[in-house]
Design a protein around this ligand. Structure first.
Ligand code: ZN
Ligand code: ZN
Length: 389
């Protein structure tokens, strides 16, 4: 089959690789009909996630049709149309039974690697390095899905791939980010980063009852999407000091909650951004938290800091003094996708949201190298690439 394979920083290729096979009784093989490139794939593309090997198949946002089932999968049938959560979960461990599926204890065969770095291992992830299980990803013609009886979510007829594909990651991720803000009636939520997750966080904040959403970015088309489709008030941080602007727009009190939809590769305009770039380049720091620093300072006293953006390792100069003295609450982590599938599908079916709004670049799987290139450099007004095998 054809698959998008990682061969080093800034080097992805569409290779011919062996078809996946059923390895365990709870596996399924899915023939992929749509798959997307995610902002977190860029951390792999840029070479910032350790334990990648040349030839690893990328991709964790994918859906398709069940073509083969292991003998223990009783709740699905060949031909079912399914979406695949990016987190791999067993469905029955301590964490899965508490709806914390991204923290599954049984899905990372390389847990020892993660334990060394993080103390304990979270769930395995599709196409996201050996540290997270070494699973082949879904930017391919076929994929093997472990724990398919809990890992595949059947899609009812009448919805397009484009409407449901983002149930795999960015819609639940934006939604959990907003949920982590503990939104109360009248609240103002400020979202740093208007990439795909930021766009879904904006929409979700309104779905959860926010009165105002302020969105911060520097890319004109992202700000435009946030404003026109998302109904957010927008700030271009290259034109004004975003922290000061947010303070002014909230009557000097600050937003009730702030969302970091940027993560470890933030760009910035200040001295600290240069400091991070230099330290990260010589591997003295793993992550560049410029957005995080700013939003911690901007948040109102007693507010919520929600962090859907990915962090990998050690961060410098995070203003914990500000966080402590303002009594902030932090919520973060990989999304517990499984618990959001049904409720968010219902939002789509009810017409509350059509997630396809975020797609700017549909293209054939064979064009994946170009897709990565334009998405990374935000060329051609690219916000979200969907690949069609
Ligand atoms: Zn993703
Ligand atoms: Zn589990």
């Amino acid at each position: 089959m054809k698959a998008v394979c990682w061969h080093g920083a800034n080097d992805v290729r569409v290779d011919n690789v062996p078809d996946p096979k059923i390895l365990n009784p709870r596996d399924a093989i899915v023939k992929i009909t749509s798959t997307a490139i995610c902002g977190s794939d860029l951390h792999l593309y840029d070479g910032f996630i350790p334990s990648m090997k040349s030839g690893d198949i990328l991709g964790h946002e994918f859906m398709g049709e069940v073509v083969e089932l292991g003998p223990s999968v009783k709740n699905l049938q060949i031909g079912d149309r399914v979406v695949v959560p990016f987190t791999i979960s067993c469905g029955s461990c301590y964490f899965c039974s508490r709806e914390l599926s991204s923290l599954c204890d049984n899905s990372n065969p390389n847990a020892w690697m993660a334990e060394k770095l993080y103390g304990y291992s979270a769930a395995g992830l599709f196409g996201y390095s050996h540290l997270f299980g070494g699973y082949a990803g879904g930017q391919a013609e076929y994929a093997r899905v472990p724990f398919a009886d809990v890992g595949l979510f059947k899609i009812p007829d009448g919805l397009t791939d484009e409407q449901v594909l983002f149930l795999t990651d960015i819609f639940p991720t934006g939604y959990m980010a907003a949920e982590n803000c503990n939104i109360q009636p009248g609240d103002t939520v400020a979202v740093w980063g208007c990439g795909p997750v930021g766009q879904f966080a904006i929409r979700s904040a309104y779905l959860l009852g926010a009165e105002r959403v302020i969105a911060i970015d520097r890319v004109p088309e992202r700000l435009q999407m946030a404003k026109e489709q998302g109904k957010a008030e927008v700030i271009n941080y290259e034109e004004v000091d975003a922290g000061e602007a947010v303070k002014e727009m909230t009557g000097g009190r600050g937003p009730d909650s702030v969302i970091d939809a940027v993560g470890m590769e933030a760009h910035g305009t200040g001295l600290d951004a240069l400091y991070d770039k230099a330290k990260q380049a010589v591997r003295l720091e793993t992550d560049r938290p410029t957005a995080l620093r700013q939003l911690i300072v901007a948040c109102r006293k007693g507010g919520y800091v929600s962090m859907p953006g990915v962090y990998g390792g050690l961060l410098d100069k995070v203003p914990m003094g500000a966080a402590f003295n303002k009594g902030l609450t932090f919520k973060m982590g990989q999304t517990h996708v499984h618990r959001y599938l049904q409720p968010l599908l219902e939002h789509i079916q009810n017409g509350d949201i059509d997630p396809s709004f975020v797609i700017t670049h549909p293209m054939p799987l064979a064009d994946a190298p170009r897709g990565y290139e334009i998405f990374k450099h935000k060329k051609d007004k690219c916000i979200k690439v969907v690949l069609k095998p």
